[in-house]
Ligand binder design. Structure first.
Ligand SMILES: N[C@@H](CCC(=O)N[C@@H](CS)C(=O)NCC(=O)O)C(=O)O
Length: 207
């Protein structure tokens, strides 16, 4: 087994969290390297594309969250072997990445511009993405996004829905998901209650 070191910011969420969860669920040992915000400017140049997460595999540092998710998904059995199911998994992960990027682009805007941009996103792209993700979930059987079982796509959407419902995003109503895509809330709860996911967060809380 390759020696793995996953580097991401020091919080339980975001683009690095699905891979942390997948490795935990799969019982695969890895170094969980967490960077504090204050250390990021000095660390940035160590990353290939000036961003996190990165994954070091036997000394080779690679990046891009969904590429990492696919790789660890294959290692942990949380990525479909069937080509079509793999496509469904990828499409959902890339859609979640798209909408997260649009939201992230508003973070550093001045307050007025942020309010305007986020209100437009909430009624526009975010609503559309949530409706479409819910439709994808229903088409896949209603419980998981691909392969009728937990995959890295579920972990990626889990983090997105948690972010949208957390209340940290000013001007994006925290009940938006509940109103426009209630099946995604049920999906969120399903993933949160997965024994390994629940155990992971119990352990994080106790740490
Ligand atoms: N396409 C990249 C985006 C990576 C990205 O933007 N990461 C953010 C954290 S979630 C970051 O490193 N931000 C710090 C910065 O850009 O200075 C991926 O999917 O991994």
């Amino acid at each position: 087994m390759a020696k793995l070191k996953l580097t991401y910011f020091d919080f339980d969420g975001g683009r690095g969290e699905p891979a942390r969860l997948a490795l935990h669920i799969g019982g695969i040992a890895f170094e969980d390297h967490r960077i504090a915000g204050k250390d990021w400017p000095a660390f940035r140049d160590n990353t290939p594309f000036l961003a996190l997460p990165t994954l070091e595999v036997d000394g080779h540092v690679v990046s891009q969250s969904n590429s990492i998710n696919r790789y660890v998904g294959k290692l942990t059995g949380l990525y479909p072997k069937d080509n079509w199911q793999a496509f469904l998994c990828d499409e959902v992960m890339d859609a979640a990445e798209d909408i997260s990027t649009r939201i992230a682009q508003t973070i550093d805007l001045p307050e007025d511009a942020k309010k305007k941009a986020r209100e437009k996103l909430a009624t526009g792209h975010i609503t559309r993405y949530l409706e479409q993700l819910q439709a994808r979930l229903k088409a896949a059987g209603g419980e998981y996004f691909a392969d009728q079982r937990l995959t890295v796509a579920d972990l990626k959407v889990f983090m997105l829905i948690r972010w949208l419902r957390s209340g940290v995003l000013d001007h994006i109503p925290k009940d938006l998901v509940d109103r426009v895509a209630p099946q995604l809330v049920k999906h969120y709860e399903r993933v949160a209650n997965h024994p390994k996911v629940a155990e992971y967060y119990q352990r994080r809380k106790a740490a």
